[in-house]
Design a protein around this ligand. Sequence first.
Ligand code: SRM
Ligand code: SF4
Length: 570
Amino acid sequence: MSTDKLSPVEGIKTRSRQLRGTIAEGLLDLVTGAISEDDTQLIKFHGIYQQDDRDLRAERRDQKLEPAFQFMVRARIPGGLCTPAQWLAFDAITQNYADGTLRLTTRQTFQLHGVLKGVLKPTIAAINQSLLDTLAACGDVNRNVMCTTLPLQRELHACVMKLARDISTHLLPQSGAYHEIWLDGVKLENGVEAVEPIYGSTYLPRKFKIGIALPPDNDVDVYSQDLGYIALIEQGRVVGYNVVVGGGMGVTHGDLATWPRVAEPLGRCTPDQALAIAQAVLTTQRDHGDRTNRKHARLKYTLETMGIAAFRAEVEARAGLQLAPSATVIFKDNGDPTQGWHTDDHGLHHYVLYVPSGRVSDVGEWRALSGLRAVAQRELAQFRLSANQNLVLSDIAARDRDAVAGLLHEYGLSAPVSPVRHLTLACVGLPTCGLAMAESERYAPSFISEIEALLAGHGLAGTPINIRITGCPNGCARPFLAEIALVGKAPGRYNLYLGGAADGSRLTVPYRDNIPQAEILALLDLAFGRYAQTRTPGERFGDFVIRAGIVDPVTSGPEFSVAVQKLTGT
Ligand code: SRM
Ligand code: SF4
C-alpha cells in the first residue's frame, strides 16, 4: 500500500507526537471557541468531540458569528458500572460545566453535551477525580468495552465484567498526552514516548469495538461488535468464550461499497486465552486494515478482504494458540430486561429504569436527575448503564428496596411504559451531532406514540417490538439489527428497514427509501394488521415479516447493498 494514498487522518496521527498535537496550545486561544482542524481529530482519542449547536447555525451565520462551538465529552466505563459517588460526580459535572443533562449511550457510558472550550480542562479533571476517565472513549482505538448489564447470575457476571475491565485496561493507549494536557501531568523531557506498545505511532485504521455477552442476554448486541465474546457456561462456571468478529453498522447512503455486517464465528477460546485473542485481533486489524479509505477501514471490510480462514490463522499465530470450534449458544433477545424489579441468584434486587433515549433530565413530572441524585446520595444502589440507553439501579439489599421504590415513585420514574417504548433506541442526532440528516432522539417519543396507537388498533398493545431510530446511516443505535428501523435521509424523511431478529443475530432488510412519517405509519399499519391476523404463537414481528414474505432476508453485508440497489435502482 503506497503511503501517498493514506487517508489524511493517518498523517495527523503520525505527526501528533502520540496524540498531543497542539491541543494544549489550542485550549489557551480565547479568540475562538474552536480548536484547530487537526486537533479536532486528535481530541477524539481523549474522549472529546468538537461540535456546534445546529439549531443556532443559521442565526449565528446571519449575525456573522462563528458557529456556537461546544464539545461533547464521553467517559470510559467498562461494562457501564459506576458507584453512587461516581453518579453524583457526573451529575455535578453536568450542572457545573455541561448542559445540565446526562446522556446514557448505546455503549454503556455517559456523554456530556455543551461543554465550552474554557471549561474542558476542569471537566476532565473532575471526571478523573471520580476515578473514571475519558481516555480512548473515541478515536481510532479500542472503545468502551461493553458487558451484559444485569447481574442475575452473580458469579458468572463478575467473571465477564472482570474480562471487560481487563481488556479495557490492556488495550488503553500508553501515551502520556492525556495526563499532560488535561491533568497537568509531567511533560516528558523529549516530549514523546519511545513507543506505543500495542498501537504504534498511527494507532488503528479506524475505531474498534468489543462487547461481552452473558447468555441468554444479548443486550450488548454482540454481533454488532468488531470483536465479541459470548460466555460459555458449564456447571455454573464460565468455561470459555465463543469469539465472533467483524460486526459493524456504519453505512453511507448511496455508497454500495458500505454495508452493515453481523459478526461471524472465529472459534472458541478458554477464559485464559481471551486477553491474548483481543490483542491478536486488534493488531491484525492494525496491520491489515485499510488506511487509505476511512469508509472501508473497519474490521468488517478487512475480514471480507482476507477471508475468515486467513484471518483466523493470523490471529492464532499472533496469540500463539489454536481456537477450538465454536459452541452452540442461544440468546433470548438483544433488548434490555423488562422495566421494573429483578432479583438475582444471591437475593439482591435490581430495578431496570426506562430512560427515554438515555437522556437523564428533569422534565415535567419525570424528574430523573433529582430522583437518581436522591438514590445516589443515600447510597441505596449501584448504577449500571445499559447497552440500550437505560439504567439499572443495582445490587439493592432487601431492606432498601422499599426506599428505592418510594424515591422512584416520588420522582415520577416508575410509571410503566409499553414494551415497544422500553425497547426503542434513538441516537442523539440533532442538534449536537454534526452528521445527523434527520431528527432521532427528539423525534422518538412522538413516533412511538403513533406506533403504540397502531398496535393497540390491531389488538397488539403490549407486544414487544424492537424499534431503532437514527438520524443518519452511521448506525449509532444499531438500527440494522432492529425489527423495525428508521434511518434519517433528510429532515422529516427516513429509510425504513424491517426484519432484524429479536436476538440480534440477523440484519434488517431495506424496505422503503426516503419516505415521510405518514407513509411509514401507513406501511407499518398494514404489516401490523397481517401480523395480528396470521402470526404464530410467540412469533416476533421481525421473524414474521420474513416468513410472510414482506421482506426477503439478507445474510451478508454485500447482500444488504444488493437489496438497497433493488430498492433505489442505483
Ligand atoms: Fe456513533 C459517530 C454518537 C454508538 C457508529 N456517533 C458518532 C458521533 C460522534 C458523530 C460524529 O462523528 O461527529 C455521534 C455524536 C453525537 C452526539 O451529539 O453526541 C455519535 N454513537 C453515538 C452515541 C452517543 C449514540 C447514542 O445515542 O447513544 C453512541 C456512543 C457510544 C459510546 O458510548 O461509545 C454511539 N456509534 C455507536 C454505535 C453503536 C455501538 O457502538 O454499539 C455505532 C455502530 C456500531 C459500529 O461502530 O459499527 C456507531 N458513530 C458511528 C459511526 C459509523 C462508523 C462506521 O463504521 O462507519 C460514526 C461516524 C464515523 O465514525 O465516521 C459515529
Ligand atoms: Fe449522529 Fe448519525 Fe450517530 Fe445519529 S447515527 S448520533 S445522527 S452519527
